[in-house]
Design a protein around this ligand. Sequence first.
Ligand code: GDP
Length: 350
Amino acid sequence: GSRSSSKAALQRGRMRLSLQEHLWAFYNERVNISAEEQQAARHAALDICAELRAFIHTKVPDMPLRDMYLSGSLYHDLQVVSADHAQLMVPLILEKSLWSFIPGEETIMNVPGFWLVRRENLEYFPRGSSYWDRCLIGGYLSPKSVLEVFEKLVTGCMNWPAIGSVLGYVVRPAVPSLTGAITLALEVQYDSDRWLHVDFLPLLVSEDTVSLVAKPHRERDNLWRQSFWSSETTRLLALDRDDDGCRCVCLKIAKAVCKLNPALTLLNASHLANAVLLLSESEHDWSRGALAERFTQLIRALVGHLEAERLPCALDYKVNLLCELTAREVDELGYTLYCSLSDPESLLRT
Ligand code: GDP
């Protein structure tokens, strides 16, 4: 009757309260990074960026680049657990008349969110007219080949032991990841127990301001990845600023859960940020007191996206952020999260 249902409601309230407390404790103890640690990491990243900039400028003065800059969660207080990585954005300059961007859905591969960059006008401007022609593969600019150009410079030509000792760091090129992804990164030890991973991310910006990053599709390494990162981050921060909300806290807790739980590492910042943005379209109360409810809803929403094998990008619904995962990976992620639904706190016991 009404008595037992009110008792159940009370119990639910208590459970919520305790989940709420656990979430905030987890956030303060494990997730959030002190301002001092963030500052130290940013400082090291800046030193490395300055060295690279100077070196590339002297060694290959004719390479058409815009100014490199640092970017990533570290710069918006969205990094979690430890301040251990940053992206070094390297914007390439492409001649407008020589290159065109072709959306993935207009190619036979049919993948929204990825693009081909085609060399145009080869009959009038033969191969070699553009600096970046050296990275052409089959008539298209290859992100892999662009990364290789930088790899030769950064790991082949720079004397990192010497540079590191001047800066007081230990610097070495990072070992490629086990997933076989094509990446270029530096590993910087800037204190006895502090490391920073600096990822090199060549970037193309088209006239209509589509940004593409040289982080190729998992299986098709001639495709450039469209970057929604700036718009996602700007939107999240703006939403929270407007209503003093806890979307970023919720996102950071989810990021930490996925970073610390080996069964969930395939869920990345972009998956989680977009899930939060999508949830923000239907849920408007993001006050601090609603954290437990929103967090639980976020997990449930993720289970739903994984079941449907579809997590749309909040900035472009035709992009499915799960498209690079195999059915098996999607299944396993979904299963792990589904099992946590009855006891969301279990996700915090890492
Ligand atoms: P975190 O690394 O999990 O803390 O999350 P971030 O928000 O820093 O996400 C960084 C990831 O987004 C990296 O894997 C980047 O390769 C990828 N990414 C894609 N586009 C961009 C971009 O425009 N800027 C940055 N900083 N990262 C991008």
